[in-house]
Design a protein around this ligand. Structure first.
Ligand code: FMN
Length: 336
């Protein structure tokens, strides 16, 4: 049976082009974040709580908002009101950037999937830090953990990536309960090369060195395309550098489940990513002790359960939220 979002809201949003629908939704939630009455209405969707402690942080439930939905951190109180157990904003880059030419988000409803090639469109670390400072001052900072996902600015050459990440890290760390290093988006040329052990090691070392006396948990977000010896090497580097968590996975470049006439360049997310990401979660959990946050194709309680059974401790939603709406949180929590 369809839920209220699927019956009434999704048809409206899907009558708009995907990026406009995204923009309208985030803007409305950003507005709602300023009004107690609106936040109270959003709280009607809240799932039951099932607290969990991880990297020294308390999560009211294990379902998080995945990076990319609120790239600029404009609606934090609204996501918390909807019942997310944690919120990851970003990807934030050192320099503000417009991203790739439009259109750059594509819906594939038959496949319950999205393809995007946004390319880290965001307001940049300075503006986002400023916005987060204002939110904190307003007293509306959410009560759930907030992760800030950082990535490389497009104009920065790969050889200077570390400096670029360090800039964003310094700007936003005071607002983050944890920091995610995104080395896996397929839409910034060369970014995934930062998953190579030597480069990843350099980046993790530099960030770790910078962390000072009150280090924030560091999380690394990896692509579903890593496997075998490369995965082993990534995990070893993460362990050596005291990484607190791994997010598996980002979007995939494997478009084989997509009919050629519907295909687009970019990262594929949603149902076609489900098994691939679950398999990687299982492999990581079997190979090391670093906690895993699962992301990829979570659309219902069964797909969420699979991730936990594979060894994930937390999960994150993106495409599932686009197709199933905020009631998905309660559906998952009630049936887990
Ligand atoms: C439109 C769109 C934009 C995204 N932007 C980001 C991003 O900026 N940073 C990031 O780490 N992941 C980003 N992602 C990846 C998601 O966070 C998530 O890892 C991925 O979509 C798999 O989860 P899903 O199948 O539930 O969508 C984006 C995904 C989509 C669909």
């Amino acid at each position: 049976m369809k839920n209220g979002y699927e019956l009434f809201v999704r048809p409206l949003l899907f009558s708009l082009d995907p990026e406009t629908a995204h923009h309208v939704t985030v803007r409305l939630l950003g507005r709602a974040a300023h009004f107690d009455l609106a936040l109270r209405a959003l709280r009607l969707f809240q799932p039951s709580s099932k607290p969990k402690t991880l990297f020294g942080l308390s999560f009211p439930n294990p379902i998080g908002l995945a990076a990319g939905l609120d790239k600029n951190g404009v609606a934090l109180p609204a996501w918390a009101a909807l019942g997310f157990g944690f919120i990851e904003i970003g990807t934030v880059t050192a320099k503000a950037q417009l991203g790739n030419p439009k259109p750059r988000i594509f819906r594939l409803p038959e496949q319950q999937a999205l393809i995007n090639r946004l390319g880290f469109n965001n307001d940049g670390a300075d503006a986002i830090a400023h916005r987060l400072a204002a939110l904190r001052e307003s007293g509306r900072w959410p009560a759930v953990p907030v992760g800030i996902n950082i990535g490389k600015s497009r104009v920065t050459p790969l050889q200077q990536a570390t400096e670029d990440y360090l800039y964003s890290f310094r700007m936003v760390r005071d607002f983050a309960d944890y920091i995610t290093l995104n080395v896996s988006s397929p839409n910034t040329p060369g970014l995934r090369e930062l998953q190579e052990p030597e480069k990843l090691s350099e980046l993790l070392y530099a960030i770790g060195n910078e962390a000072g006396t009150a280090p924030k948990p560091l999380v690394v977000k990896i692509s579903p395309e890593v496997s075998g010896t490369q995965l082993k090497a990534i995990l070893a580097v993460c362990e050596e550098n005291g990484v607190s968590g791994i997010i598996a996975t980002n979007t995939t470049l494997d478009h084989s489940p997509i009919p050629p006439q519907l295909d687009q360049a970019g990262g594929l997310s949603g149902a076609p990513l489900r098994d691939k990401s679950t398999a990687l979660v299982r492999e990581i959990a079997a190979q090391c002790k670093i906690p895993v946050i699962a992301s990829g194709g979570i659309f219902d309680a069964q797909s969420a359960r699979e991730k936990f059974q594979a060894g994930a401790l937390l999960i994150q939603l993106y495409s599932g939220l686009v197709y199933r709406g905020p009631q998905l949180l309660r559906e998952i929590m009630d049936r887990l």
